[in-house]
Design a protein around this ligand. Structure first.
Ligand SMILES: C[S@@+](CC[C@H](N)C(=O)[O-])C[C@H]1O[C@@H](n2cnc3c(N)ncnc32)[C@H](O)[C@@H]1O
Length: 229
């Protein structure tokens, strides 16, 4: 994508009223459109969505295929796609706007900073969709122990985490890390989800990266784990 097109998308994102961005490094307030700055910690339901419905995050959301598809399907759940790349978020945000989906928003931050923007227990569910595998840097993986402890803090009791991935090394690492973590327990795992009947119909939603991996004949792995109450 050309630099000019990226800048156009950034400008357009600023006009959306469902895309939030970091305001200042280390500060909990988020920017909304070009004018408003809000501290939404503990208030996402009421202030961002105007309801008291559960909140589900899609982490490393890219274009936000899961956030948008699940929002269409479940109008009584609020979805927030989280990614650092504005030009990718733009695509999901634009679809949500065009379809008039009021239960989906996007947050452009680094996932390492999640705890700055949400209160403990504010999140009900997390989907992590094809995060970067970081073959040589395990601690940067989105299922590394430091990330799991952040998710543990943000999830309410019995909150669940879904991970979808193509990379066997990343998947094996994630299974091992979750197994070692006393705060979580694995409910289901599958190294080739399309070989069998789908465990959960939501697994049929395909992201941009998933489609590329399927074209390359890669198998899709899935891990579901829950917070120990
Ligand atoms: C391989 S892409 C997957 C995108 C999408 N989920 C899909 O399946 O098409 C990984 C995404 O993670 C985002 N990402 C990587 N590290 C991040 C971080 N520390 N914080 C926020 N986003 C991050 C990238 O910007 C990218 O969009």
């Amino acid at each position: 994508m050309s630099r000019r097109r990226k800048l156009e998308k950034f400008a357009e994102i600023l006009a959306f009223d469902h895309v939030y961005e970091m305001s200042e490094p280390g500060r909990p307030e988020v920017k909304l459109n070009a004018f408003e700055t809000k501290d939404l910690r503990g208030k996402w339901r009421e202030e961002a969505f105007g309801n008291d419905h559960p909140i589900c995050l899609e982490l490393a959301c890219g274009r936000g295929e899961y956030a948008v598809a699940l929002a269409r399907k479940n109008p009584n759940t609020n979805y927030i796609g989280v990614d650092i790349k504005g030009a990718r978020i733009w695509q999901g945000a634009k679809i949500a706007k065009e379809e008039g989906l009021t239960n989906v928003a996007f947050l452009r931050i680094r996932i390492e900073q999640l705890a700055l923007y949400f209160a403990p227990g504010e999140i009900d569910e997390i989907w992590i969709t094809f995060p970067d595998p970081f073959p040589a840097k395990e601690n940067r993986r989105m299922t590394a122990p430091d990330f799991l402890s952040k998710y543990y803090q943000l999830l309410n009791n019995h909150g669940q985490i879904h991970l979808k991935h193509d990379n066997l090394d990343f998947y094996d690492y994630s299974v091992e890390t979750v197994e070692k973590d006393k705060n979580f327990k694995i409910i289901y795992k599958n190294e080739d989800i399309y070989r069998d009947e789908l465990f959960n119909p939501d697994l049929s939603i395909k992201t941009y990266y998933e489609i590329k991996h399927l074209v390359d004949n890669r198998t899709i792995k899935y891990l579901l784990f829950v917070k120990n109450g």
